[in-house]
Design a protein around this ligand. Structure first.
Ligand code: FPP
Ligand code: MG
Ligand code: MG
Length: 377
């Protein structure tokens, strides 16, 4: 990554933390059933981008320098391993488990990150990965992160069950944080992901027989986008600030940062589906139209070209529809409008944390705004 001002890489501050992330996550996913163990850990083998845990760690560090709101000293038993060496020994998940490495100071590097915030970072990645396992079944994906997707490698049944297993382990880790508000936030995220996916499956704002473009069209898309993508990022940033025992104002700033960054992130994702090759993406490009999905670039193109309405109505299902829609979008300013809207949200994200004290971590959060706009995959 390019060094920031004064030659400092703003993401360097979390590099050490991130180094332990994969190992810690794999530890949370241990199962005595060898096949379940393999399928559950499958997406942890290829290097993900770890955007959500990175944001949680940066937010934790960036807010660590702020004054605390209260001084709750609730005892937390979050450093115990929760994975079971064998399926049968897991009858009491809170009993001490033998032969398991515990989280030690060696794999917890930074004094500006609380153990609970570190666990939260791991939980966000577990929930995200669970949603990908399910998403790849729903989307009939064939590749993810440059490899075969789990549904192809292991079949739909095992991919779905592995996703459920990840959610189970994420829930146990969440319970061990012993913070009801944080638990509620992350549990809501799981529900939101499903709500977003349902909105995408069935667009109730659209009359399929007579699809017309209106402001509701964009509003429905943005609401779906919040639920599907920004909910996890925003609520986990909020949870990081809550665990740091910060004021309502700081908690809200963390949430606004995450919400706006998350919305921008998905807008860029929907743009890249039109602009970048499958090889670069590590997953098939142009997949949204093939799935019948009208995302931001197409919606903006539709606003000025009624012809797209017919194609939207039949979900690009007739021969030649996908190619026709793609051409109309690329010839329109839909991609540019999507980029501009994403930039607006990124600016709002940066604005939300403007009052945070200057730090390497704050620079990292600002750097993430730039990276979201520059990313190619
Ligand atoms: C990827 O989107 C998918 C999501 C962001 C969320 C998917 C949510 C579910 C499947 C609901 C179930 C949730 C849980 C927690 C089990 P995409 O398909 O647009 O992106 P892609 O190109 O990376 O596949
Ligand atoms: Mg998908
Ligand atoms: Mg999907």
């Amino acid at each position: 990554p390019p060094p920031g001002p004064m030659g400092i890489d703003p993401l360097k501050g979390v590099a050490k933390e991130m180094k332990f992330m994969t190992g810690n996550i794999r530890q949370l996913l241990g199962s005595g059933h060898p096949m379940l163990d393999t399928v559950s850990k499958y997406y942890t083998q290829s290097e993900g981008k770890y955007i959500r845990p990175m944001l949680v760690l940066l937010m934790s560090q960036a807010t660590a320098l702020l004054p605390k709101e209260n001084t709750s000293t609730a005892t937390r038993r979050i450093d115990e391993p929760i994975s079971s060496p064998s399926v049968l020994s897991d009858t009491n998940p809170s009993s001490p488990l033998t032969g398991q490495e515990t989280y030690t100071s060696e794999n917890s590097a930074d004094e500006n990150v609380l153990p609970a915030q570190r666990r939260l970072a791991e939980i966000t990645e577990l929930i995200h990965t669970a949603s990908l396992l399910h998403d790849d079944v729903i989307d009939h994906s064939v590749s993810r992160r440059g490899n075969s997707s789990a549904n192809i490698a292991f079949g739909n049944k095992m991919a779905v069950l592995a996703g459920d297993f990840l959610l189970g382990r994420a829930s146990v880790a969440l319970a061990r944080i012993r913070d009801p508000e944080v638990t509620e936030l992350l549990a809501t995220v799981i529900a939101n992901l499903v709500e977003g996916e349902f909105m995408q499956l069935k667009n109730t704002a659209l009359d399929e027989k007579n699809p017309t473009f209106s402001e509701d069209t964009i509003e429905y898309y943005m609401q779906k986008t919040y639920l599907k993508s920004a909910s996890l990022i925003s609520k986990s940033c909020r949870a990081a600030a809550l665990l740091g025992e910060h004021s309502d104002q700081v908690v809200e700033a963390a949430y606004q940062y995450g919400k706006n960054l998350g919305l921008a992130f998905q807008l860029v994702d929907d743009m890249l589906d039109y602009t970048v090759s499958g090889v670069e993406l590590g997953k098939p490009a142009g997949a949204d139209l093939e799935l019948g999905l009208a995302t931001a670039p197409l919606l903006f193109a539709w606003k000025n070209n009624k012809e797209l309405g017919t194609l939207v109505g039949r979900k690009f299902a007739e021969p030649g529809d996908v190619q026709r829609a793609r051409t109309l979008v690329i010839e329109s300013d839909g991609i540019e409008q999507t980029r501009a809207l994403a930039q607006d949200y990124v600016d709002k994200a940066a604005q939300a944390i403007a009052d945070f004290p200057d730090s390497q971590a704050k620079n990292g959060l600002l750097e993430m705004c730039t990276k979201v706009m520059q990313r190619r995959k």
